[in-house]
Design a protein around this ligand. Sequence first.
Ligand SMILES: *Cc1c(COP(=O)(O)O)cnc(C)c1O
Length: 376
Amino acid sequence: MKKIQMVDLKSQYDTIASVVNASIQEVLDTNTYINGPQVHQFQKSLEEYLGVKHVIPCANGTDALQIAMMGLGLQPGDEVITADFTFAATVEVIALLQLTPVLVDVDLHNMNISIERIKKAITPKTKAIVPVHLFGRAANMEAIMALAQEHNLFIIEDNAQAIGANYEFADGTKKKAGTIGHVGATSFFPSKNLGCYGDGGAIFTNDDALAHTLRGIVNHGMYERYHHDVVGVNSRLDSIQAAVLNAKLPLLDKYNTARRLAASQYNKAFSGHLNILIPEFDWNGDDHVFHQYTLRIIDADRNGLMQHLLDKGIPCAIYYPIPLHSQKAYTDIRYNEEDFPVTNQLVKEVISLPMHTELDGEQIQFITESVLEFLK
Ligand SMILES: *Cc1c(COP(=O)(O)O)cnc(C)c1O
């Protein structure tokens, strides 16, 4: 059996090496390392794939979130509501811009931001909500957009984990995650569903004026060479990374299907077990793209299971072990533990198993048997 990895980028590369190498070679041959034709091509291809008017490539997903907030003109003291159960980048940029992060609890069934908790957290100072499409499944965007309209709020989707996922509205229409709010941000970190071979990110919007503002901000606030109209940053997607993404974007749907297939094989093995709650998803839909395959372990020794798997050479991880409201950098006297029952529960229950595009049946069987052997 091939060695099991949490994310097996090498095996994936082996299947696409000739295409990726040729794409990178083109950059080397043309010597356009910054803002080369590869970046423009990627921008166009991604706009088409997502069905969004504007893609603004940038240096990484954290920058994408920050630039989105800058572009919306959020001001120090403005309150921005986001999920307590996510990667720290989401709250980090809010704090960095001297906006006021307001962390709220998530829902047990999909681990995404709770609509009820958002409603309770909205104040006259609230200016934006940042839903995170955690582990590859879109948050309840329909309810979030309704709140945005009612309270005149901006919605910034953190789509770092859900590129390619579709969100289905009650009327049956579908939109790609990240393109529903006023602005979406994503990451092309190597292990993400669409990953390059270094850092990369992008911002999406259907708003022409906002897109124009964002294109200036990523480039030192310049709209005309050496005219700096707004305070900007230097945040670029390299041509070499764009070349990698040009080779991989046509494979994204196939990659997401491979992840969903692995998830369905895991689910089949674990379904009905009293100590395991599996992530529910609709095989015929495309709402969940499994950036992570995350189980909840109920009334059993989650940490013991983790050690058992590691001892057998099976990598696994706890995403995320500490709620953001308990992190030193983000504690706030306004928070009460009773406000976060779900996050506080999830950090004790969750375990993420290997998930990538190259998992094979033999590996999945070994992993599921090892989990079941421990939980009996
Ligand atoms: C990865 C990630 C980011 C940050 O992306 P980088 O490219 O690493 O800066 C932000 N939010 C979430 C939810 C992520 O998973």
